[in-house]
Ligand binder design. Structure first.
Ligand SMILES: *[C@@H]1O[C@H](CO)[C@@H](O)[C@H](O)[C@H]1NC(C)=O
Length: 199
């Protein structure tokens, strides 16, 4: 329990004050996926109304994730991305990041679709490209003003932590535009401890 609490980023001080020792302080742990999928761990991400849920097997490197970004008013002109920086560069996390991107679907049916992008530089428009991690089950949903990106990635075996980053912005003529440069945007990155919190 202590571990789970340490994992969660505390958002509301008042929430902490009103919770007792046996209560989770993270919001993500209270979330139920519409498809009832269950993940081993989750984390309320800082600087953004975003949540990462994951199940990880170090022995195989298989990482099942669901990245949720809430507060999306208009999914027809919004992009959302979650990415790993394989260089473990937290300072310049964006160049080289291997991203899962959600953008408005052009076809009827789904509201948004997902694709992959290996981000070559800060000048990217998140053009579709292959990423360095094998992946499967990439899927994007939009529900209750929330975009969720689901995927299974295969990391190098025995990976225990990684640099990840997340972001959203506007789409114009089907092309993702540069995200805001507010400090909240620029700081939407961190080291993620997949297996256990830092000691
Ligand atoms: C991804 O890699 C495959 C196989 O090398 C290639 O055929 C395909 O064009 C690549 N896709 C993109 C979007 O670059």
């Amino acid at each position: 329990m202590l571990m789970r609490v340490a994992f969660c980023f505390s958002v509301f001080t008042s929430l902490i004050l009103t919770t007792t020792a046996h209560t989770q302080t993270c919001r993500c742990s209270k979330y139920t996926f519409p498809n009832k999928e269950v993940f081993a761990t989750c984390r309320d991400l800082p600087h953004s109304p975003s949540f990462l849920h994951w199940t990880y097997q170090p022995a195989t490197g298989n990482l099942d994730i669901a990245f949720r970004h809430s507060g999306i008013e208009n999914p027809t002109n919004t992009w959302v991305a979650w990415a790993i920086n394989p260089n473990n560069n937290l300072i310049q996390a964006m160049p080289g990041a291997q991203a899962l991107v959600a953008i408005p679907a052009q076809s009827c049916g789904a509201v948004m679709r997902g694709y992959t992008c290996s981000i070559s530089s800060y000048n990217t428009v998140l053009e579709e490209s292959n990423i360095s991690y094998p992946y499967s089950n990439l899927m994007v949903t939009f529900q209750n003003n929330e975009v969720t990106i689901f995927a299974t990635l295969t990391l190098p075996k025995c990976t225990t932590s990684l640099v990840h980053l997340w972001q959203s912005g506007s789409v114009s003529d089907s092309v993702p535009e540069v995200h805001d440069m507010a400090s909240a945007n620029l700081n939407s990155k961190e080291i993620l401890h997949l297996v256990s919190p830092p000691t």
